[in-house]
Design a protein around this ligand. Structure first.
Ligand code: UD1
Ligand code: UDP
Length: 357
């Protein structure tokens, strides 16, 4: 069976890494990289650190508006699919590369498998929500990380092809945390002591592209003592545009985005994490590190229900209060993201599909 995996952005690469290893034990895999992310720290570093095979197609789409970026990706992915004639296409998460891959495949009647299906924040102003709803509705195999994601799909009438697999990001953590703790020098380089610093990431469009929200977040972050901030290029662009970059540089340890191994170590040893990232919310929950989320809604509702994550939006006072006072309900930890064998389960399900072909 010929499997095509389609990726393009940082979180896609991290999810591909463990699955690709399993897929290659049983099937032929071709990797298409849309080129959505392209800076070394957003792209190549993950292939090098996680041993992801070299993409067979690099479509070089790059940045642009949603319409331009998604449209160019659909066009170029379609050409590659017509040439390769895969038996199944695998897409990951909720980026524009995910949507483009699913759309190109479904229109050519190629079965689509969606890794991280069924997540919902029920907020359609967030581009990722639109992407995940549309991708789920055109997928044939829906690999759900949690029971809640299975239920969400059921509410939308999607029951066929739905599998509770657990979360591939747990596989990625399990495969890399020991290596990270051995190899990473990030704590030493930044002179950080375990549980003595805060870690922040901000990159979601609803925060970066809105000057009031970004200013309010920056003011809150600048008041935090001992804060490390690996800064996404989108955020750096808008911080400079709104004249906030100098303030950030003066008050915070702002660094380039870090590789996955350094990120795992930074997360695990942080006192608290302040973020708007989907993946980071989940990873720090897994590490039992309290999380302050700079959003009004989240698709990772379990982390909030368990009391390990608090949603504060972009309000300066709310952020400060949570950073200073929020403490998780430690006894409430009802871990629900799978046992680190999600990639194996997904591959087994793909094998069943192979028998039907
Ligand atoms: C994308 C995803 C988001 C995901 C994030 C992970 C969509 C709609 N959004 O957001 O779900 O959380 O990736 O990091 O797909 N840029 C660079 N270098 C790069 C990549 C981006 O400078 O290598 C800058 C460009 O100015 C670009 C901007 O970042 O315009 C935004 O990049 P884009 O890929 O459109 O969206 P992200 O914000 O990265
Ligand atoms: N990540 C990383 N370096 C960073 C920031 C994040 O390796 O500087 C990793 C993080 O550990 C997680 C993934 O990127 O595995 C999350 O991706 P991101 O926050 O870009 O996107 P989201 O999950 O919000 O879609």
């Amino acid at each position: 069976m010929k499997v095509i995996s389609i990726v393009g952005a940082r979180p896609n690469f991290i999810k591909l890494a463990p699955l690709s290893k399993e897929i290659r034990k049983h099937f032929d895999e071709i990797i298409i990289h849309t080129g959505q992310h392209y800076d070394y720290e957003m792209d190549r570093i993950f292939f090098d650190q996680l041993g992801i095979p070299e993409p067979d197609y690099h479509l070089g789409v790059g940045s642009g508006t949603h319409g331009y970026q998604t449209g160019e990706m659909v066009k170029r992915i379609e050409e590659a699919l017509l040439k390769e004639k895969p038996d199944v296409v695998v897409v990951f998460g909720d980026t524009n590369s995910t949507l483009a891959g699913a759309l190109a495949a479904v229109k050519l009647h190629v079965p689509v498998a969606h890794v991280e299906a069924g997540l919902r924040s029920y907020d359609k102003r967030i581009p990722e929500e639109v992407n995940r709803v549309l991708v789920d509705h055109c997928s044939d195999l829906l690999f759900c990380p949690t029971e809640r994601s299975v239920e969400n799909l059921k509410k939308e009438g999607i029951v066929k092809g739905v599998y509770l697999t657990g979360d591939v990001m747990v596989d990625a953590i399990n495969q890399n945390i020991r290596i990270a703790e051995k190899r990473s020098r990030i704590l030493k380089e930044l002179d950080l002591k375990s549980k003595d610093y805060f870690l922040a990431t901000v990159h979601r469009a609803e925060n970066t592209d809105n000057p009031e929200r970004l200013r309010s977040i920056v003011e809150a972050l600048c008041d935090i003592e001992n804060l490390v901030f690996p800064c996404h290029p989108r955020t750096e662009k808008f911080l400079r545009k709104y004249g906030l970059w100098e303030k950030v540089e003066k008050s915070i340890t702002v660094i380039k985005p870090v590789g996955y191994l350094d990120m795992l170590v930074l997360e695990k040893n942080a006192r608290k994490v302040i973020t708007d990232s989907g993946g980071v919310q989940k990873e720090v929950y897994i590490f039992k590190v309290p999380c302050v989320t700079l959003r009004e809604t989240t698709e990772w509702v379990e982390t909030v229900e368990d009391g390990w994550n608090v949603l504060v939006g972009a309000d300066k006072e709310k952020i400060a209060k949570a950073v200073n006072e929020f403490e998780p309900q430690r006894e409430n930890y009802g871990y629900r993201f799978g046992n680190g064998k999600a990639s194996e389960k997904m591959t087994l399900i793909l094998s069943k599909l192979e028998k039907q072909l």
